[in-house]
Design a protein around this ligand. Sequence first.
Ligand code: GLU
Length: 474
Amino acid sequence: MTTTTCKTRFAPSPTGYLHLGNVRTALFNALLARRQGGALLLRIEDTDRERSRPEYVAALLEDLRWLGLDWQEGPEIGGPHPPYAQSERTAIYADYYQRLEAADQAYPCFCTPAELALSRKTQLAAGRPPRYAGTCARLGAAQQQAWRERGVQPTLRFRTPPGQAVQFTDLARGPQQFASDDIGDFIIRRADGGPQFFFANAVDDALMGITHLLRGEDHLSNTPRQLLLLAALDLPAPQYGHLALIVGADSGPLSKREGHFSVRELRAAGYRPEALLNYLARLGHSYEHDHWMTLTELADGFALERLGRAPARYDEAQLLRWQSEAVQRAAPESLWAWLEAAVDGDVPTACREAFIAAVRPNIRFPADAAFWAKRLFGAEWTPSVDSQALIAQTDSVFFSHALAAYAEHGAVYQPLIEDLKRRTGVKGKHLLMPLRAALTGELHGPELARILALMPADRAKQRLAAAIRPGADG
Ligand code: GLU
């Protein structure tokens, strides 16, 4: 297999929803592929039959597409190396097991989990690295047969070549070295016949022509085993890179169990995909500039030398910063689609564009838009405590004048303000704040001129009138 261009992959196990940790892995592989003008392959690693679910596969495809992380080979689109779900590749693995057995590079192991656990414990107690003791390494055909007749289902173990140094240059961490003697013979097929994760993973990377891959640091110890396997099978090895894990505020690992970090939930909460991409691309990778970037720009600036080695700490404040920026930059139609369900019919169709222009600087999530929709168009009148206090402190004459000025000029901002200034003799914030408080029930918010232009005249008059007699129902 000769592949000259860079081909990366994302190989999730569909045992839960995508969370920030594995989406970052997907993103980094996508960025690396784009940067090199290569391709991203998607492979579903569903060999854990009990925990893998079709709905998680569907969800992860949808989540990746929502993020804009398209793959060029894999489920739904196909490619030259199908199938792309490991559960459909059993015959391929069987072939490679057979090759190893035929070459005496793998052997059946009949040890029970209890025996293995005991051996492990004894070695650890003696201060030695736990490795397989080799009990079944030299069983003759008759002994193997005897075990089988007793109904014991063996695992298949790889015969690790002794005395070797397994070396590789990690794309993120530099030169690595492991001793094969510390690894010992390891299981490549489970007793139930299912492939061990790192066997199927390595064989598929080779057969699918993967040249580079980035994955979590938790897989680093699998790499020497995978390199030994690929060498034994005479298959090409990809270049591996291991990313420092993402940790939570308490330095503990983020996991799928932390539901609030699933992409689904972030999406349901109103996070924009571009915000997640801008945030995640900087989680364990640094850019020259800290400004907003498109996916193409994130790819152009992506460099393996810029990967960090220290654990990357999840920081919600940073994510929120990118979210605000994403909202400021989103196209109006896209922003409307995003907030439509939340404003729940409160915004008249003719006002949509003006509403978006007015509230955009003041919102970060659809719920914020819903708040302003209620303030501008809703019948409910629940001013904030601060604004109630300001209205109470303000002479009611001010609001009578405001009502009169409004009656004369309508919602046209400049003449209305000039007139109110003339009538009351107050200006600046002493004029604008009580007016804002009376109209919106808030001391801060969208530009007053835009609010006036949007708010139905009856609603505006009603609120100004209510401020003349605070406490009275508007
Ligand atoms: N299926 C593995 C996982 O989700 C993939 C590991 C790898 O990228 O090699 O952890």
